[in-house]
Design a protein around this ligand. Structure first.
Ligand code: NAD
Length: 492
């Protein structure tokens, strides 16, 4: 019988109603992994009510040191269950098990990082113009935060939001993607085991309708969303009606720029890791490889050769380097974009089609694909594909590189490969992107802030900046004098 994974509302796990159920499908086998609830509007409402009650009755009064203790306990449980959580995630989204395992441990690291901030949320005392006045600020949590994540890295994306939200003293309603919800639902068990009070963390499942019910709730203090541009725009529009503040982590079309003086052995690895790790299904994918004329031919041939050698297969095996595409609509989109690339006149130097071979069937596989000679304005150089498709673009000068790199709707990440220190800093200054990597790509750290601008979204996750997304400032002004003032002369 297919297993049921249940939601978490007010510390309870409501039984799954077959009339409101969704199946979670394994992209390697095509088999159903589990059934989950398609939350009704009433259940979404209940989850927000539970979070609101937990905020006012318990969590708001829980000191930072205790919030930190619970978060550290959760981090220990995540580390202890990393293999199990990773396997659930790999079976849901087809990502390499060694990456989902690393991401589980990285999630734990993020809970610890923000636990360290939970008892260090300070206001200021502010000297005013009058000796008789005393003024101070208090940094307060926002209340209930709605945290909505995409299917590609559920636990890691959630940690980026949940860790600062809890550290700042907010309660939450989480909605993972309906395509890969099981690691998040299992995390709900660990939240309970860690000892968080009921209602502090609630998890609902479902698709667009459940998401809409959640994001239109006026009781929220913040919506933090990771996903596609279109959904981000819909959420921002819904939030415009309630005036709930929003954090948006959306798509990307990141430029990975290789200069003539780069260490090409490292640049080739960086280019391949940038696009083919996780099958290109990451928002930070270095999907545009900009290569300076002097090393262009060599880079095209070396990157294409590496792409040809990538081992496709079962993502749970250590020998596999790229798993299946996560779901059927995603595969269709990738195929359509490869067709658009062919039509644009770019040259395919690797891949371009689905692999043949019965051992990979019925998995949703796509061969690592490299296009060379890509026009910077072609669709494959402008639109996010979210798959293993690299567009290589040739450039002559630093100015060309910067202008091509910045000329998209997105501004999430970027990479620079050079051994010239001044050039690295010069280009880093001029790139419009939330992240600039130099002689590395795809590295992340709990301490380093992450996020985008333009259509890649707004707000920051990770780093000390992230906690600000979940706090607001209250100003308290006190008249210390014992005089009775003229009511018409109190300064506004
Ligand atoms: P998606 O927008 O389809 O779905 C994301 C989440 O939003 C899911 O939980 C989904 O159920 C929910 N949702 C859908 N419609 C909704 C609505 N109207 N209101 C509220 N919630 C709604 O995105 P996806 O296909 O799951 O993820 C892929 C996208 O995510 C890519 O564009 C990728 O670049 C982006 N992404 C961004 C980052 C980042 O940090 N910037 C990280 C990972 C993925």
């Amino acid at each position: 019988m297919t297993e049921h994974y249940r939601m978490l509302i007010d510390g309870q796990k409501p039984a799954l109603d077959p009339a409101h159920a969704l199946s979670v499908v394994n992209p390697l086998t095509g088999q159903t992994n589990a059934m989950v609830s398609d939350a009704t509007a009433e259940q979404v409402h209940d989850a927000v009510t539970a979070a609101e009650n937990a905020f006012t009755t318990v969590w708001q009064r829980t000191p930072g040191v205790e919030r930190a203790r619970l978060m550290n306990a959760l981090a220990d449980l995540i580390d202890g269950h990393a293999d199990e959580l990773a396997q659930l995630e790999t079976d849901d989204n087809g990502k390499l098990l060694r990456e989902t395992r690393t991401q589980a441990h990285f999630a734990a690291r993020n809970y610890r990082f923000f636990a360290g901030m939970a008892d260090k949320i300070f206001g200021h005392t502010i000297p005013l113009d009058s000796y008789d006045s005393f003024d101070y600020t208090v940094r307060e949590p926002l209340g209930v935060a709605a945290l909505i994540t995409a299917w590609n890295s559920p636990l890691q994306l959630l940690a980026n939001k949940l860790a600062p939200a809890l550290a700042a003293g907010n309660t939450v309603v989480i909605k993972p993607s309906e395509l890969a919800p099981r690691s998040t639902l299992r995390l709900g068990d660990l939240v309970r085991e860690a000892g968080f009070p009921p209602g502090v963390v609630n998890i609902i499942t479902g698709g667009r309708e459940a998401g809409e019910a959640l994001t239109s709730d006026p009781r929220l203090g913040r919506i933090s969303f990771t996903g596609s541009v279109g959904t981000g725009q819909a959420i921002a529009a819904a939030a415009a009606r309630t005036l709930v503040p929003v954090t948006l982590e959306l798509g990307g079309k990141s430029a990975n720029i290789v200069f003539d003086d780069a260490d090409l052995d490292r640049a080739v690895i960086g280019a391949v890791a940038g696009i083919f790790a996780a099958g290109g299904q990451t928002c930070i994918a270095g999907s545009r490889l900009l290569v300076q004329a002097g090393v262009y031919d060599e880079m095209v041939s070396r990157v294409s050769a590496r792409a040809d050698d990538i081992v496709l297969g079962d993502p749970s095996l250590d020998t596999t380097q790229m798993g299946p595409v996560a779901n059927a609509p995603q595969l269709e989109r990738i195929e359509a974009m490869i067709a658009a690339g062919r039509d644009s006149g770019a040259t395919i130097t690797s891949g371009g089609e689905r692999p043949t071979g019965s051992d990979l069937s019925p998995g949703l596989f796509m061969r690592p694909t490299v296009f060379a000679g890509v026009d910077p304005m072609a669709r494959i150089a402008q639109e996010e594909i979210f798959g293993p498709v690299l567009s290589i673009i040739r450039f002559e000068t630093e100015d060309d590189a910067v202008s091509i790199a910045n000329n998209t709707d997105f501004a999430l990440a970027s990479g620079i490969w050079t051994n010239d220190l001044s050039r690295a800093h010069r280009i880093a200054r001029r790139l419009v992107a939330g992240t600039v990597w130099v002689n590395t790509y795809r590295s992340s750290a709990a301490q380093a802030p992450f996020g985008g601008t333009k259509k890649s979204g707004y707000g920051r996750e990770r780093g000390v900046e992230a906690i600000e997304e979940y706090l607001r400032t209250k100003n308290v002004m006190i008249d210390l004098s014992d005089s009775v003032r003229d009511p018409f002369s109190i300064q506004a």
